[in-house]
Design a protein around this ligand. Sequence first.
Ligand code: ZN
Length: 342
Amino acid sequence: MGMNLIQKATTKLRERFAARGLVLMYHRISEPGLDPWGLSVSPDHFVEQLEVIKKYFYPLGMQEFLRHLQRGRVPNRSIVVTFDDGYVDNLHHAKPLLERSDVPATIFIVTEAIVKGQNFWWDQLEWALLQPGMLPDCLELRLNGSRNEWQLGDARRYSQQDRRKDRQRRPWDARPGTRLAFFYLIWQRLQKLSKLERLEALDMIRAWAGVSHHARPQDRVLSKDEINVLAEGGLIELGAHTISHPSLQVLSASQQMEEISGSKAQLENIIGHPVKNFSYPHGEYSMETIGLVKRAGFEGASTTNFRCVLPGADPFQLPRFQIDDWSGEEFLRRLARWYVAT
Ligand SMILES: [Zn+2]
């Protein structure tokens, strides 16, 4: 019993002082008028964050980092930069800045949007529902054969000012009865639908709101050609992030496999060489999912578990920290806190 306690304390101490690394998760380097999910870091802030990484940390590419991990090591203060989804600003804003500071990155691509040249469904929904202006009184949707109805009330109106205020607000914090709260209700409903039902629902919503098919051009995803330009120069590695960005753990094993190895095959088809890394959409996975990712031939997979990487970490459950639109100073403060506390 006493021995056990001492062993526990020793392990804790060893962990406390072990070398550790951090994997960072970005999505977009841009300044959209509205960013309900907090996916964007401004180019200016990204420059400051890269300066902090260069000055205080040791940036590594994912493959090199995994090679260290396989040997049971994590270089102290190592940082791996990753991006999820595959927005076009990764090429136009992120790549030149990464190159200027010589920081490698891995970009995880959702392949269906790229193959079909579409915007992501959550951006299409934002385009339809969060433009300043009036919407009709009531939204009626037939989903899974059942009728759904939402009365908008005050949410019918949405001014430029409302939208500006929503810049700082997350949808789950929206005041009930507001347009942002309405958007979140519909997002939650659509999130649970199958791919096909969601497409139908988006068509109905667009027609109801009277908006065109296309979302903002700056919200678009990379094209096939742009993906190849992104990978030129060797500083950026590409990884897979499923075909359609579902929550994997609620799908059957065969549906999961289709999403996981299907996105690997589609991406390899575009870039012409093996894709070795994966990231779980929404950070959601089960033990079954991990097995499928291994079977599909990946060498590592990134989660959104909020921790540092310690020696002995599972390469198929790499923790990551989501980075917000912070100044360099704030970014350093956060990294330092995570570094000692996690
Ligand atoms: Zn994602």
